[in-house]
Design a protein around this ligand. Structure first.
Ligand code: FES
Length: 319
């Protein structure tokens, strides 16, 4: 995946809530940055070989700043810890230009944005964009407790503050998210967007589907998942080089390919970012990622080799 890289500096850094660092990134000369759409993310080159994706959570109409919010994850494999420790004010950092795997849909009559914890970040950019566009929307932010929650001041002071509801786990039952009531009766043109911990998103998605929403009306962005690479061994043929490799039980395709000298570009290694996507020429993938949509998975013509496996004995990949 080729992408354009940018050098930016951390022009402002703030700790908000319980361990969320909010960073403003600007060009060293103060000039405008490439335009981004709500829902977009950038790759942050945290350290050599350590690239992580973070959603842009600022106002997309502000071309001067990219804003990110990064939660320090106790189980961090280096990404969020590195961001917290290395990206101090004035630090120069390399980022990708914005990419959007979580765009707002077109021809929508109403949008329901539901963010859990740090999953609020893309929703904030969406709220700015929907407000600027004069669209009907509501934003629900579920968090553990008032004192641990980032972005509260910004949301309470935004032009769209009247559309925001915050729900705390440790406060009165009456203020908690009544998901069935918020989703209401499905109508064409109503779209739901969710981002947050996997269990939270699974609850939102399952409730929406059960209420009668079509899968295409439910938009989701996972930021962390547990990768399950269990399963039988199978064969992978790299069509361009003609190399064949056996993927052992418990091994990823990525690891098996590396063993025969075939390198695939990777980033998250969790089936989240899409960096390692390869085209499938033959065979049936066993999709374990959360990046491809259900329709894309059903097409069986792409696979994320950092986590997915095969249902067939053999997969032929266009690599
Ligand atoms: S490296 Fe991110 S999906 Fe495979």
């Amino acid at each position: 995946m080729n992408e354009e890289l940018l050098k930016v500096i951390v022009s402002k850094r703030q700790i908000q809530g319980d361990g969320v660092v909010v960073l403003d990134l600007t060009r060293p000369d103060g000039g405008p940055l490439p335009v981004f759409e709500a829902g977009a993310h950038v790759d942050i080159h945290v350290a050599p070989g350590l690239i992580r994706q973070y959603s842009l959570c600022g106002d997309p109409s502000n071309a001067a700043v990219y804003r990110l919010g990064v939660l320090k994850d106790p189980a961090s494999r280096g990404g969020s810890t590195g961001v917290h420790e290395v990206l101090l004010e004035g630090t120069e950092v390399t980022i990708s230009t914005p990419r959007n795997h979580f765009p707002l849909a077109s021809q929508v009559t109403r949008s329901i944005l539901i963010g859990g914890g740090i999953g609020i970040t893309p929703m904030i950019a969406m709220a700015y964009a929907l407000q600027a566009d004069g669209q009907d929307f509501e934003l629900h932010y579920c968090a553990r407790s008032r004192c641990s929650t980032a972005f509260l001041d910004e949301l309470q002071n935004a032009d769209y503050a009247s559309r925001v509801s915050v729900h705390f786990d440790d406060e009165a039952v009456a203020q908690k998210l009544d998901l069935n009531a918020v989703l209401g009766t499905p109508k064409a043109g109503v779209h739901i967007y969710t981002c947050g911990p996997a269990g939270f998103m699974d609850w939102v998605i399952a409730t929406a589907l059960k209420s009668g929403y079509a899968d295409a009306q439910i938009h989701r962005e996972y930021f962390q998942v547990k990768v399950d690479v269990s399963g039988e061994s199978f064969e992978v043929v790299a069509a361009r080089s003609g190399k064949t490799v056996q993927v052992a039980a418990g091994q990823t395709i990525l690891e098996a390919l590396a063993g025969v000298g075939i390198k695939i570009e990777i980033s998250c290694e969790q089936g989240v970012c899409g960096t390692c996507v390869c085209d499938v020429i033959e065979g049936e993938p066993d999709h374990r990622d959360v990046y491809l949509t259900d329709d894309e998975k059903a097409d069986n013509d792409q696979i994320l080799v950092c986590c997915s496996r095969a249902k067939s004995q053999k997969l032929v990949l266009d690599i």
